[in-house]
Ligand binder design. Structure first.
Ligand code: FAD
Length: 318
């Protein structure tokens, strides 16, 4: 009987929220199908919250740096697949998962369903609900290959809590055979910042900011709200902000609890990456700006007046 494997990562020893989501999904799927569930995680995990997810074992593997690299995950997963038969391998479809998914699919001859946000059980098999067309529709997919990869859309499934912790067995994998055809020359961490796809609140700026020198408004508001920062594509194209902050159809797709759009028109390509946010707040001086149609709350006004007042009000605890 094939087991299910959930691939996790951690930051400074604590599981990332996308790993907790993958664990939640994997736990539900394994319970429904009556399968054993094991986790694969790089060395250095201190967080015991994964014990609440009905895991039989936790496989650990050595990672050279603070963050395990894709090749290390790949080697670890291949080693694990050589020991026992994984039936489903579940992971977050974050930047790591995107790099891992395709390579694992080739290596293990496995079918891959990406952007998964749920599943249903039909005739003894899982049907995976997949977000398509930039979140405008869903498709239902079955996996027919022996091994199947299920990549979870970040912030789509949610984290389930509160089960009795169990005591999984910890097993060290290694030494690993790393594919040395690719070499990481430099690994730069954006220190202290929550990755955009994991931020609950995102403050985003567009061309209405007029000049990169005005970006301090976005950053001050984001800092007060413990939020991530994002931008529209022209802002990144103009070099005002790094490209990893660009959200939309051709950038990152995000689903924060709150998305605050400042001086962004709300073009369809921008909305494609943010329209699944739970609450959208728009600040724009043009009452005809298309973003107002997608907004839960809108402030029609000059951002250079509205945002400083908002910052002041938050600082005053109003
Ligand atoms: C194939 C393709 C893919 C694309 N992918 C993306 C994508 O992934 N992400 C993306 O963002 N775009 C994408 N675009 C570009 C997209 O079509 C828009 O051009 C872009 O989103 C507009 O950016 P913006 O809203 O910052 O700028 P603008 O359209 O210039 O809008 C600026 C807004 O700021 C407001 N404003 C100006 N001054 C003030 C002020 N003082 N106070 C308040 N409001 C003010 C204006 O009213 C206006 O609504 C794509 C386009 C194409 C063709």
């Amino acid at each position: 009987m094939g087991m299910h494997v959930v691939v996790c990562d951690h930051k400074s020893g604590m599981l990332t929220s996308s790993s907790l989501e993958a664990l939640s999904f994997a736990d539900d799927l394994a319970r429904k199908g009556g399968k054993d569930l094991v986790a694969l995680v790089p060395d250095g995990l201190q967080d015991k919250s994964l014990h609440a997810y009905n895991l039989r074992s936790v496989y650990t593997f050595p990672a050279a740096g603070d963050n395990a690299r894709v090749e290390e995950y790949l080697a670890a997963m291949t080693a694990l697949a050589g020991k026992s038969t994984p039936e489903r391998i579940i992971f977050s479809y974050n930047s790591l998962g995107k790099a891992l998914g395709g390579q694992l699919a080739i290596r293990l001859n496995a079918g891959l369903v990406s952007n998964v946000c749920g599943f249903e059980w039909a005739e003894g098999k899982a049907l995976y609900k997949k977000s398509v067309f930039s979140g405008k529709a869903y498709a239902w997919c079955a996996i027919h290959s022996e091994i199947g990869l299920v990549a979870i859309l970040p912030k789509a499934y949610g984290v389930k809590q509160g089960q009795d912790p169990n005591s999984p067995e910890y097993i060290e994998l290694g030494p690993l055979t790393i594919d040395a055809r690719m070499q990481v020359v430099e690994h730069r961490m954006s220190s202290g910042k929550t990755p955009l796809t994991e931020a609950d609140v995102v403050v985003s700026g567009g061309r209405g900011l007029k000049d990169p020198a005005n970006w301090g408004l976005v950053e001050s508001l984001a800092e007060l709200l413990h939020a991530g920062t994002a931008c529209s594509r022209p802002v990144a194209d103009a070099g005002w902000r790094p490209h990893h902050e660009h959200v939309g159809q051709t950038g990152t797709a995000i689903r924060p609890k709150v998305y605050i759009a400042i001086g962004i028109s709300g073009a369809i390509q921008h909305l494609a990456g943010v329209n699944n946010s739970r609450t959208i707040i728009v600040i724009n001086k043009d009452p005809e700006a298309p973003f107002f149609k997608a907004a839960d709350y809108g402030v029609c006004g000059d951002l250079f007046e509205v945002v400083p007042k908002l910052i002041q009000a938050i600082q005053n605890g109003q």
